[in-house]
Design a binder for this molecule. Structure first.
Ligand SMILES: Cc1ncc(COP(=O)(O)O)c(C=O)c1O
Length: 405
């Protein structure tokens, strides 16, 4: 049996929505993007969401909006995808990495130790779809000691008056924390709609605006983000096509980060059935894995649901107790030989050349390393029926037994 790791979910509704865009005479940013923004806002319980062409773009744009620049520091987990760090570096600032806790997510006690007068933002990441402890993080950034350390330089930094929490929620659309949906926690939260995500636009992202509403006008922030993601141009291409409306101005040296309608159409059709079909199906697969692996004392199961919240089931990050990196790699080879594609999330950033060259060393992040070294991400998506799930479980158990005996 051949089982891919994470194929995109494409059904007739999605094809129809894309076809509708293709036949509409308008394929780049327009009504479908606006409809997607509205739907993401509805699902996350906030008023303003701005779509862009990737989560990477969104994260970078928001750091830039906050005035993060050379000499500043941004705290990030060592255990994440490289984009979380690269966006900081692109602005000339320094990513300050923090080790993970036992749930893969950034260890908030260790965040406290890394805050300096140069810290402008923290980017927590909901790894695999499991929400960070946002209450604890906000208690920290709002504490008198940390607020006193904050050294604002720009108008937005003065207005917020503290370290900005920019949530990298690339994985966690549909997750909840403390009875509120993810997207409704960070000052900003950025979803990814990359091809392997729970909801996709092939490539794409969504910036959720959730700043304190006393200090910030969300509609204004939305307009700024849309303007800056379209070269700082006062009229988008659709507005320019209207009669004599060709004339525009460039009022800010912006970026080209807008999402096209033809991409938004995929996400729109997926998101319409996310709560009723796509997310419950992911939950079903995760629960089946959980029930099966719970009988093995070598299986460390990922967090899925507890009193604090519920995952989006983006990844099923299984860890194998007592194995080293080499044994894990051997297990993956054996699983692949049986036709099952698995993956590893993530190589901690200090293992990657670009970060090693800048002086980050893996020895400083032992929990991140241990999470990585024993981790195997199993396929998880709606099309996995019982026969396929049982096959995957059988193959994983066999690979474990033949690797360790
Ligand atoms: C944790 C995390 N952050 C950010 C990104 C970047 O997302 P995008 O590909 O939409 O730029 C990813 C992508 O996989 C990710 O896993």
């Amino acid at each position: 049996m051949k089982i891919p790791f994470s194929p995109p979910y494409i059904d007739d509704d999605i094809k129809r929505e894309v076809l509708d865009t293709l036949e509409s005479g308008w394929i780049t940013s327009g009504p479908k993007v606006l409809a997607l923004e509205k739907l993401v806002a509805e699902k996350t319980g906030i008023t303003h969401v701005a779509c862009c062409n990737s989560a990477t773009s969104g994260l970078m744009l928001l750091l830039h909006w906050y005035g993060v620049t050379r000499g500043d520091e941004v705290i990030i987990p060592a255990y994440t995808y490289a984009a979380t760090a690269l966006v900081v570096m692109h602005l000339g600032a320094t990513p300050v990495m923090v080790d993970s806790g036992r749930d893969f997510n950034i260890d908030i006690d260790k965040v406290a130790e890394k805050i300096t007068s140069r810290t402008k933002a923290i980017i927590p990441v909901d790894i695999a779809g499991w929400p960070c402890d946002y209450n604890k993080l906000f208690d920290l950034v709002n504490s008198t000691k940390v607020i006193k350390t904050f050294n604002p330089q720009t108008e937005n930094q003065h207005k917020l008056g503290r370290i900005m929490v920019l949530s990298d929620v690339a994985h966690s659309l549909g997750a909840t924390y403390s009875d509120k949906p993810i997207g409704n926690w960070g000052d900003f939260s950025v979803f990814s709609f990359h091809a392997v995500k729970n909801v996709t636009t092939a490539e794409g992202g969504a910036m959720c605006i959730n700043l304190p509403s006393k200090e910030f006008n969300h509609a204004e922030v939305y307009r700024t983000l849309k303007l800056w993601s379209l070269n700082g141009q006062t009229k988008d291409a659709l507005a320019k096509t209207n009669g004599a409306g060709w004339k525009y101005d460039i009022v800010y040296p912006g970026f080209k980060m807008n999402m096209p309608d033809v991409c938004a159409a995929i996400g729109l059709a997926q998101l319409r059935k996310y709560d009723t079909v796509l997310l419950p199906e992911r939950r079903r697969v995760a629960q089946t894995y959980r029930n099966a692996f719970a009988q093995f004392d070598w299986a460390i199961l990922p967090p899925m649901k507890d009193a604090t919240g519920e995952s989006s089931y983006h990844l099923f990050a299984l860890r194998i107790r007592g194995i080293n990196e080499l044994q894990r790699d051997r297990m993956i080879e054996k699983i692949s030989e049986e036709g099952v594609s698995v993956n590893v999330h993530f190589q901690p950033l200090p293992l990657l050349t670009v970060f090693k060259e800048r002086g980050y060393t893996i020895q400083d992040y032992p929990t991140a390393y241990n999470c990585y070294a024993s981790e195997i991400s199993l396929p998880i998506y709606p099309e996995l029926d019982m026969e396929k799930i049982e096959y995957i479980i059988k193959v994983v158990v066999k690979a474990y037994e033949s690797t360790t005996t």
